[in-house]
Write a protein that binds this ligand. Structure first.
Ligand SMILES: [Zn+2]
Length: 288
């Protein structure tokens, strides 16, 4: 279960509680000091968002590398914004943050953008294996149409997104320039383990997969075939469906420029869908 608002307020009543949580989760109070090399206990420096080594005064600032770094917005507001991002199923629009936090639209927009980028970073991209489905989707833009693959004219306003989904596992997406072999296959090589079984539709570039060391099965969507033995692309189509619904429902539309950070946010949520209570904890504990 994810935290309720009441639980959240109890857990993070003020900036001191937030900072202490970040320090505990990202560094720990008892640690070997990077400054003097001695086992040490770190204490909060009053009036500043830093902790000091008990021996040498070496300082750790728990916000470094998070969206809160160098921000004048209270930590509580950041924490609450991140809470909203992880508690909602479809993401949070800047207008909503503005309303709930009482900040300007500009500030809300910037916070939302930073949180999305952070979610993408925390999620990262691993290696998929087992049984993987590949597909492309056309997302965003103001114009309709442009369903043909690799279109540059009519559907040029839409962005092409390439998706790789492991059945029962994680999803990885990329905004790509086109839907040709050179646009798609390098991502497969980078993110799908050799020997993996891959299901796709009949789109030409995928025919090269066996030569790349994958086992490959197709469904002929053109001939209205949607399942062939173990081959189908239902998982990735479910992924696209929720993604498009989220974008439409929350943001109406998303510019091509910002699409990859929305995708990162969406992947973060999708990849933790079986353990939603981990979402906020993962965000607050992450350290590179
Ligand atoms: Zn020290």
């Amino acid at each position: 279960m994810t935290m309720t608002v009441i639980q959240f307020m109890k857990r993070f009543p003020n900036d001191d509680a937030c900072l202490e949580h970040l320090m505990a989760q990202r560094y720990g109070f008892r640690r070997t000091c990077e400054g003097c090399g001695r086992p040490s206990i770190f204490h909060r420096v009053r009036t500043r968002k830093v902790y000091n080594c008990q021996w040498c005064g070496h300082q750790i600032s728990p916000c470094v590398g998070t969206p809160m770094e160098n921000s004048r917005t209270p930590l509580v507001s950041w924490f609450y914004a991140m809470y909203l991002f992880t508690a909602s199923r479809h993401g949070v629009a800047a207008r909503e943050l503005q309303r709930q936090l009482g900040v300007t639209y500009k500030c809300a927009w910037r916070m939302a953008h930073k949180i999305r980028e952070y979610m993408a970073k925390v999620d990262g991209d691993g290696m998929l294996d087992g049984h993987v489905e590949l597909d492309e989707a056309y997302i965003g833009g103001r114009k309709r149409g442009g369903k043909a693959k690799g279109l540059t004219g009519r559907g040029a306003d839409k962005a092409i997104v390439f998706g790789m989904v492991e059945r029962g596992g994680e999803a990885i997406t990329r905004v790509v320039e086109g839907a040709g072999r050179r646009d798609l296959l390098p991502h497969v090589r980078a993110h799908v383990a050799p020997g993996t079984h891959i299901s796709t539709d009949e789109w030409m570039p995928y025919r090269a997969l066996p030569r790349m060391g994958y086992s490959h099965g197709t469904v002929e969507h053109r001939s209205k075939q949607y399942v062939s033995g173990r081959d189908h692309v239902n998982s990735i189509e479910a992924f696209w469906l929720i993604l498009k619904r989220s974008i439409r429902g929350t943001h109406v539309w998303v510019s091509r420029k910002h699409l990859s950070s929305y995708l990162g946010e969406f992947e973060f949520r999708w990849n933790r869908r079986k353990a939603p209570e981990r979402m906020l904890a993962d965000l607050l504990a992450f350290r590179t």
